[in-house]
Ligand binder design. Structure first.
Ligand code: ACM
Length: 383
């Protein structure tokens, strides 16, 4: 008799706390894909059943809930995590029990686990392109502002190394703020920026503090035409939080923007809106959360098991027509081939794509082989 038992999967995204705007979008992107899998007959007739827990943007709670999913709910696969501090809190649990985590978020790279699949951008798929774009268009005198945890420290180190390859480059400042930072906390930093006059600001601020940073910038009267903020994390969701007028003119490097002009993207956005309405704003982390579920489901259909030893060889050969383009897992490092893009926030709260790769760029999470100009095949659309 065919196995018709449901397949429980863990879903661990923050529905509350400072990164809940993105966490909720990742949760809903995951649930949309799970519903699509089930509507298409599940995994060979077996229904996917999500077990969703809220880790509250708190790494300690992530550790506890990952353990609960594995030991009490009996899941073999977890989809989850936004902040790198939360991934770092979950990895030891996943490795201890030899389970599988799908992580749908851009991050600082320099990590590998046999128990992880990384579907967000590695630094050679967003930072390298952003460094090149910003230094070519604005200059190489950089000022860095980040939230106080591992992704900003490491991402700022990478960005600094990239930018300092340019002639005339200088690091004019580097500051870290609490995750709960308010507009007032950015006041003294804006004063320093006024004195230093960098060519651009690189922000690794995440969560609710992102809106406070951009508002403090606008309040200081700075002009994005001459000294924009560049980021890897400020997506349509953060733009929605701060307001399109505050975000307009600033740049983000990401493999996915809602504005991508393709049928796959438009259809996915329309299905999402029909199912979840418009208060949850799709963004790069939503897209990765969505397509990674389909990759998992397709791998499990091939092998009929979600036990990591059987499933992993099939996960490592997956490709999928994602909203950003056809993506593929790189079996050498468990990261994903993605399409680097640069977007400039516009007056509609969307990103106008000003440059994009024609072909997917292989992930190089340890930055072993990369160069500042590496766009694979590039299209420069900035007038
Ligand atoms: C991040 O912490 N990986 C955005």
């Amino acid at each position: 008799m065919a196995n018709v038992d449901p397949v429980k999967v863990g879903v661990l995204f923050s529905e509350t706390g400072t990164t809940s705007t993105i966490g909720l979008s990742q949760l809903k992107g995951t649930l949309l894909a799970i519903e699509e899998v089930n509507e298409a007959g599940g995994i060979n007739g077996r229904e996917l059943v999500p077990v969703c827990l809220d880790p509250q943007s708190n790494p300690l709670v992530y550790t506890q809930l990952a353990s609960r999913l594995i030991l009490e709910e009996g899941v073999n696969v977890i989809f989850g995590c936004y902040m790198s501090s939360s991934r770092k809190a979950v990895v030891p649990v996943i490795e201890k029990w030899n389970k599988l985590l799908f992580y749908p978020t851009l991050y600082e790279g320099f990590e590998f686990s046999n128990n992880l699949i990384y579907t967000g951008a590695a630094p050679n798929q967003n930072s390298v392109q952003l460094a090149e774009f910003m230094t070519n268009h604005f200059g190489a005198r950089i000022f860095l502002i980040g939230s106080d945890y591992i992704y900003p420290y490491e991402s700022n180190r990478i960005m600094t190394d990239l930018v300092l390859q340019k002639s005339g480059a200088a690091k004019l400042g580097e500051h870290y703020v609490e995750l709960a930072a308010t507009e007032a906390d950015f006041g003294p930093i804006m004063k320093e920026i006024r004195d230093q006059r960098p060519d651009f600001i690189f922000s690794t601020v995440v969560g609710n503090a992102t809106a406070s940073l951009y508002r403090a910038y606008a309040e200081a009267g700075f002009d994005p035409k001459t000294m924009p903020i560049a980021s890897l994390t400020t997506s349509e969701a953060e733009v929605h939080q701060m307001g399109a007028d505050v975000a307009e003119g600033h740049f983000t490097s990401a493999p996915y923007f809602q504005s991508i002009d393709s049928d796959a993207n438009r259809r996915c956005l329309a299905r999402f809106q029909r199912r979840f309405g418009s208060d949850c704003v799709p963004n790069q982390c939503w897209e990765a959360a969505y397509f990674q579920v389909h990759m998992f489901a397709n791998a499990m259909r091939e092998v009929g098991s979600d036990e990591i030893a059987e499933l992993m060889p099939h996960v490592l050969t997956q490709e999928f027509n994602a909203p950003q383009g056809r993506v593929r897992i790189d079996p050498r490092n468990h990261h994903t081939c993605l399409y680097p893009r640069i977007g400039r926030a516009n007056s509609e709260g969307q990103f106008t794509i000003v440059r994009e790769a024609k072909r997917a760029v292989h992930p190089d999470p340890y930055l072993v082989t990369y160069s500042l100009g590496d766009w694979t095949a590039e299209l420069d659309m900035l007038p």
